[in-house]
Design a protein around this ligand. Structure first.
Ligand code: FES
Length: 270
C-alpha cells in the first residue's frame, strides 16, 4: 500500500522477508479506518445497483422469453401444450358466480360473471358506483363481467373464490335472495375481498389493500402471431391496470348511482 487512500494491491498482504522462518512474526497491515469506510460504501452501492440493473433487464427479455403478454386478451393455458388461449364469453357459461382464474400481463387475473342486481344493491349500500368497471354480458341481460388482478395484496398468492361465504363481513347478501353472494378468498392465509365492492379487502383479514382492477373490453380479437395468440370471438381483452393501494382507490365515477362501465366507448376500438 502506497498511502492511506490507495486500494490495497495483491502484494500488500504477502509475507515479507522479515516473516521468514526463524524471524519474529511481523504484523499484517491493517485497513485504515478510511479504507474500511470506503470499502463498505462500495459494497453497499453495488448491492443497491445490481438488483436495480437486473430489474431493468428482465422486462426487456421477458416478452420474448415467455412468449408475450401485456395488454391484450386475458388468457388461460392449454394444460397439455401450455399454448395461450384467450378467455371468451363462452367460458363464462353457467350459473353465477362464474369464476375463471386466468393470466394477464404475466400475472394472475380473475374473470367473474356476477348478477347485475347484486352490483346494483352493493352500489346503494356502499354509496358509490361499484359497477363502474363491470361490463354488460353480451347475451345475458341480468349478468355483468368483472376482472380483477388475481395477485393477493398480502404476500402475492393467487386468489380463489368461495361461493359459500357472504359478500363481506357486514353484508352477506346484497340482493337479499337468501343466498350468500360468495367472496374472493386467498388460499394462503385466508385473505378475503368483496367482489361487489371493487375488491375491497375484508377487514380483519391479512391483505392491507384491495385487489387491483383490470379495465377491459369484450369483442372480437384478431390474434397476434408474434405473441402466439390466436384469434377469438367475444374475447375478454384487458386494456388497463388500475392499482389500488387503499380502499376504493379506483373509484372515479362522480355519479354515485349504479351504472355499468361503457368500456367500448372509452377504451377505443379493439
Ligand atoms: S398471500 Fe393472500 S392472504 Fe396471505
Amino acid at each position: 500500500m502506497t498511502d492511506g487512500h490507495a486500494t490495497p494491491g495483491p502484494d500488500d498482504f504477502r509475507p515479507t522477508p522479515a516473516e521468514m522462518p526463524g524471524q519474529p512474526p511481523k504484523k499484517e497491515p491493517l485497513l485504515s479506518r478510511r479504507d474500511f469506510i470506503r470499502r463498505s460504501v462500495q459494497l453497499a452501492v453495488a448491492g443497491a445497483l445490481i438488483p436495480g440493473a437486473l430489474s431493468q433487464l428482465l422486462p426487456a427479455v421477458a416478452p420474448d422469453a415467455l412468449g408475450g403478454g401485456g395488454a391484450g386478451p386475458i388468457i388461460r393455458r392449454d394444460a397439455a401444450t401450455n399454448a395461450k388461449i384467450p378467455i371468451t364469453v363462452a367460458d363464462l357459461a353457467g350459473a353465477p358466480p362464474v369464476v375463471i382464474t386466468a393470466e394477464w400481463n404475466f400475472l394472475p387475473a380473475v374473470v367473474y360473471k356476477v348478477h347485475k342486481a347484486k352490483l346494483q344493491k352493493s352500489a346503494e349500500k356502499r354509496g358509490y358506483n361499484t359497477a363502474q368497471y363491470a361490463v354488460q354480458h353480451p347475451t345475458e341481460d341480468d349478468m355483468a363481467i368483472m376482472v380483477y388482478q388475481g395477485k393477493c395484496k398480502h404476500l402475492g398468492c393467487t386468489v380463489g373464490f368461495n361461493k359459500g361465504l357472504g359478500a363481506s363481513k357486514d353484508e352477506p347478501d346484497y340482493d337479499g335472495d337468501g343466498l350468500p353472494d360468495g367472496r374472493i378468498l386467498c388460499p394462503c392465509h385466508q385473505g378475503q375481498y368483496d367482489i361487489h365492492d371493487l375488491a375491497l379487502n375484508v377487514p380483519g383479514t391479512p391483505p392491507p389493500a384491495p385487489l387491483n382492477v383490470i379495465r377491459f373490453n369484450v369483442g372480437a380479437y384478431a390474434g397476434d402471431a408474434t405473441r402466439a395468440l390466436p384469434a377469438a370471438a367475444d374475447a375478454i381483452i384487458g386494456a388497463e391496470l388500475l392499482v389500488q393501494d387503499k380502499p376504493r382507490q379506483a373509484n372515479a365515477d362522480p355519479n354515485k348511482a349504479f351504472a355499468l362501465g361503457s368500456m367500448a366507448a372509452d377504451l377505443g376500438a379493439l
